[in-house]
Design a protein around this ligand. Structure first.
Ligand code: AMP
Ligand code: ZN
Length: 476
């Protein structure tokens, strides 16, 4: 199996450190809000990596963290803690926020058939390991104390910037880094932050009450579960310049040697060819897709259209096309299943063809997870004119990597149409209730409420026309 290493910018043969076992660390979610489909693309990529490794007969020791403390609004140690901010906004405790959004996250990844890594490491369960880590870095002279925390001294680590290949001085000159006079270098980053009395999440440490920096969490938990060196570290491309650069600095400073053999990064999902952002209202979630009548696996299929190292553009039309293709794929699989059930005798040529398809498929997935190519081979396999058990068996084998539930084609298809019907009925009911409410408001001459309801309906694509015979509902 060949994989691309961001650190060396080249494809490399994957040779696990321990024979037969792949050790992987994936940066997981910061649980302060709903994960969007962009985040999900990165976890779908992580899942393909898992599945291809398992397909190749490897056992997995895979860790994913859940960040429930320490990820500040800016990745570069500025602003409020994201979880604490949501807690304040909603009047809940940070623990309640983290628990709720973790639950939603794991439900969403399950809907996408993303396997849960073997070890889920919660930051707040590993504070003592982080404190020990920071202490060791201070002892080794890589970190120093200021009035607001403990910082990593990047000038003590000559390899800083190796992953992103950035010229630090140039980057700093062009950016607006807020100057913290006490830092030795503007890019020094917090390992530990001292907490004010009012700060909600804080723990005792050799430097008083405080909380960990986001980057140290991954280094400490990776080391705890996978040891001083492991095979692969994954994340999205946005993590390359700060988060992963900082992880490398911390981990190598402590271990005195390389700690990760291969860094893999998933490219971004764009929406309408642009960035996803809350202000543009395009940070869609899996629930948003379901609300519009899509099955979550249509999004998984959609992700297969691009290689994980290429950008992928999301539009509703392209998701619709993915869902249609998925339905056709299920239909094709069912035809082979029917042939398998009637146990039609299959000639030698069918079995040779089936084997060839599988061989090509394996070559594609083992070439740096070339899933789009593999999907093309799946289609060639399905389209074989002679329907047969051998082809069906090969498709089932391929699905161990695809994760499209091809063995449950009937179930998924009936579930989808049923889901859509129920969805439609629910929307219909809501609209009728709103129209009724508006009629009542108008009868009471409460024009303000009537107008508000009209606006709500308009946002749902429903226009109300008041006619002498009553309200007429027009779907736009
Ligand atoms: P976060 O919870 O913000 O730390 O992000 C979780 C994961 O999603 C990280 O690995 C990010 O790199 C990744 N990510 C964030 N935005 C996108 C996007 N638009 N497309 C793909 N991955 C993303
Ligand atoms: Zn991380």
């Amino acid at each position: 199996m060949i994989i691309y290493n961001t650190l060396t910018r080249s494809k490399e043969e994957f040779v696990p450190l321990k024979k037969g076992v792949a050790s992987i660390y994936s940066c997981g979610p910061t649980v302060y809000g709903y994960a969007h489909i962009g985040n999900m693309r990165t976890y779908v990529f992580m899942d393909f990596l898992r599945r291809v490794m398992k397909y190749n007969g490897l056992k997995l020791k895979h860790v994913m963290n859940v960040t429930d403390v320490g990820h500040l609004v800016s990745d570069a140690d500025e602003g409020e803690d994201k979880v604490v901010r949501t807690a304040k906004e909603t009047g809940k405790t940070p623990y309640e926020i983290a628990e709720y959004f973790s639950e939603v996250f794991f439900r969403d990844i399950a809907l996408l058939n993303i396997e849960k890594p073997e070890i889920i490491a919660k930051a707040t369960d590993n504070i003592s390991e982080m404190i020990e880590y920071v202490e060791a870095l201070v002892d080794k002279g890589f970190a120093y104390e200021t009035s607001d925390g403990i910082y990593f001294d990047i000038m003590k680590f000559p390899g800083y910037g190796r992953l992103s290949r950035i010229d630090l001085e140039e980057q700093l000159a062009g950016s607006r880094v807020e100057v913290n006079e006490e830092k030795h270098h503007p890019a020094d980053f917090a390992l530990w932050k001292k907490a004010s009395k009012e700060h909600i999440m804080q723990w005792p440490s050799p430097w008083g009450m405080g909380y960990p920096g986001w980057h140290i969490e991954c280094s400490a938990m990776g080391r705890k579960y996978l040891g001083d060196i492991f095979d692969i570290h994954t994340g999205g491309v946005d993590h390359i310049p700060i988060h992963h650069e900082n992880e490398i600095a911390q981990s190598e400073a402590l271990a005195g040697k390389k700690t990760v053999n291969c860094w893999m990064h998933g490219e971004f999902l764009l929406v309408d060819n642009g960035k996803m952002s809350k202000s543009l209202g395009n940070t869609y979630t899996i629930a948003d897709l379901q609300e519009k009548g899509f099955v979550p696996l249509a999004f998984r299929y959609f992700c297969m259209n691009a290689h994980y190292r290429s950008k992928l553009n999301f539009t509703w039309d392209s998701l619709r096309a993915a869902q249609t293709s998925l339905e056709r794929l299920y239909e094709g699989v069912l035809a082979h299943k029917a042939a398998a059930a009637s146990s039609s005798p299959a000639g030698v040529s069918v079995s040779a063809e089936a084997e060839n398809c599988l061989k090509e498929f394996e070559e594609a997935i083992n070439d740096d997870l070339n899933i789009p190519k593999a999907l093309g081979i799946v289609w060639n396999t399905v389209k074989k004119s002679l329907k047969s058990k051998q082809i069906y068996d090969v498709l089932m084998k391929m699905d161990r990597v695809l994760g499209l539930d091809l063995d449950k084609a009937e179930e998924v298809m009936s579930g989808k149409s049923m889901g859509r019907q129920a969805e439609d009925q629910e929307v219909e009911k809501q609209v009728l209730e709103l129209v009724d409410k508006r009629n009542k408001a108008r009868a009471e001459k409460d024009w303000k409420t009537a107008d508000e309801i009209r606006d709500i309906l308009k946002a749902k694509g429903i226009t109300i026309e008041d006619t002498p015979d009553g309200a007429r509902i027009i779907k736009t």
